[in-house]
Design a binder for this molecule. Sequence first.
Ligand code: ADP
Length: 287
Amino acid sequence: MENVIQIKNLEKKYDDFTLKNINLDIPKGVIMGFIGKNGAGKTTTIKIILDIIKKYSGEVKIFGCSEVEDKEKLKEDIGVVLDDMFFPELLTANDINAIMKSIFKKWDEKLFYSYLKNFDLPRNKQIKTFSEGMHKKLEIITALSHHPKLLILDEPTTGLDPIARREVLDLFQEFMQNEENTIFLSTHITTDLEKIADYITFIDNGEILFTKPCRELLEDWAIVKCKSKDLEKIAIEDRIRYIKEKYDVEVLISNKKEFKKKYDFGVIDKITLEELMLLIIKGVKEC
Ligand code: ADP
């Protein structure tokens, strides 16, 4: 499978934070969700991929290119939404259209205006009158209107109400109807990813803990609830993390079928990405 993004041994040091040995391959045609708590290193990784942050060690390739000059040429093929990217407040959507038309060869005015209509965004009102959600929607449809092959999105659904979130997720899925297209998106709203992501990459404290198929995490991984006294009966390699309550314990496991075969106690519950994130961050790790 062709990798659209390849990151090898990436390191970036700030005074109080280090991205450590990041290795990540994102194949063409998938939605890769990037999760981790605030301050885990998601935005820094994304900004390095986009060459917004330039000083780092390691290698970052997009569409096989690692040179900054070559990557410049690829901008046409990459749609971007950043958490701290803002359109100038005095502009209108009409102005954005005019500007983007001069920047992107493949800018699709008709598509942009049809998105504006579908999302109830005004053409002539200054962006300063937009709510946070309207602003976000404008950023997303702008990123999509030059027909990119790769979308890189940092927290794209923050500030959107549930209906707008659904509409935006539908747009992403529509984008993925073209098998050549790829999405890399970071979010702390993990329920969004449960609906659309093919893979999940989990970053914690500047380190990637794993990249796994989303379906595997939601279907094979699980939480086992049992009495504290039963914890020791579970082999160390079977308990990825655990959290002890007063009498009970919650254990994160990675293969519920195997667990059922091997052990005859405990209540096995389905897991959400949010619960999984919590258990990995807060739970006890033994191996
Ligand atoms: P996330 O997107 O997962 O919330 P970030 O990548 O924004 O995390 O931040 C990771 C860490 O790097 C945080 O501790 C943040 O304070 C630190 N950091 C980010 N940018 C800078 C900077 N320009 N200078 C120093 N520290 C920074």
